[in-house]
Design a protein around this ligand. Structure first.
Ligand SMILES: [Zn+2]
Length: 177
């Protein structure tokens, strides 16, 4: 293994939220820089992820502020990916879904045709946009094809010819538990 660090699932890393620690965002590694400030938040500055908190000694506060920032970013990026997927999958008469974002340990997303709901894993925000777009389209197609049937993969291949490479990247570089 060439890059052992990258193969450890993010969910298994025991983050300390200290300056110098590596955190992922949209497929890139950023160097955490913790700063003390009355206004809390996260700013991306080149390859630094600047985390501002009121109490630098509180790991809980740092974890919370970073988590909220990931959730905000996920909301924006996932809504874009879902919008694209809805347009792409339109020929298959898919439903218009409700989007939920949860942190899941064992899957990137799920689709419930009955409740017209798509769940995307918050952890996806750490992976490249191409991977997020792939999962969004994959889940949308489950409205029409509930199982991983040949028809499902036929539609997927028609709408996204390189879906397999995107899936391989997720499995290789961004494993869940
Ligand atoms: Zn599936």
């Amino acid at each position: 293994m060439f890059d052992n660090l990258d193969t450890v699932p993010e969910l298994l890393k025991n983050f300390q939220f200290q300056t110098g620690e590596k955190h992922k965002f949209l497929g890139d590694n950023y160097r955490l820089m913790v700063e003390e400030s009355y206004d809390t938040g996260v700013i991306i500055d080149n390859y630094n992820m600047v985390l501002s908190v009121q109490d630098m000694n509180s790991a809980k506060q740092k974890e919370f502020v970073l988590d909220m920032w990931y959730r905000e970013q996920a909301r924006d990026v996932f809504v874009d990916a879902m919008s694209t997927a809805i347009v792409k999958a339109a020929p298959y008469q898919v439903s218009f879904p409700e989007l939920k974002i949860y942190r899941l340990e064992d899957r990137w997303g799920s689709c419930s045709p009955k409740s017209k709901r798509v769940i995307l894993n918050l952890e996806l925000i750490k992976t490249p946009k191409e991977c997020i777009e792939y999962i969004a389209l994959h889940e949308m197609l489950h409205f029409r094809f509930p199982n991983h049937s040949l028809s499902f993969y036929g539609a997927l291949g028609t709408l996204m010819s390189d879906w397999k490479e995107r899936e391989d990247m997720l499995n290789r570089k961004y494993r869940l538990l």
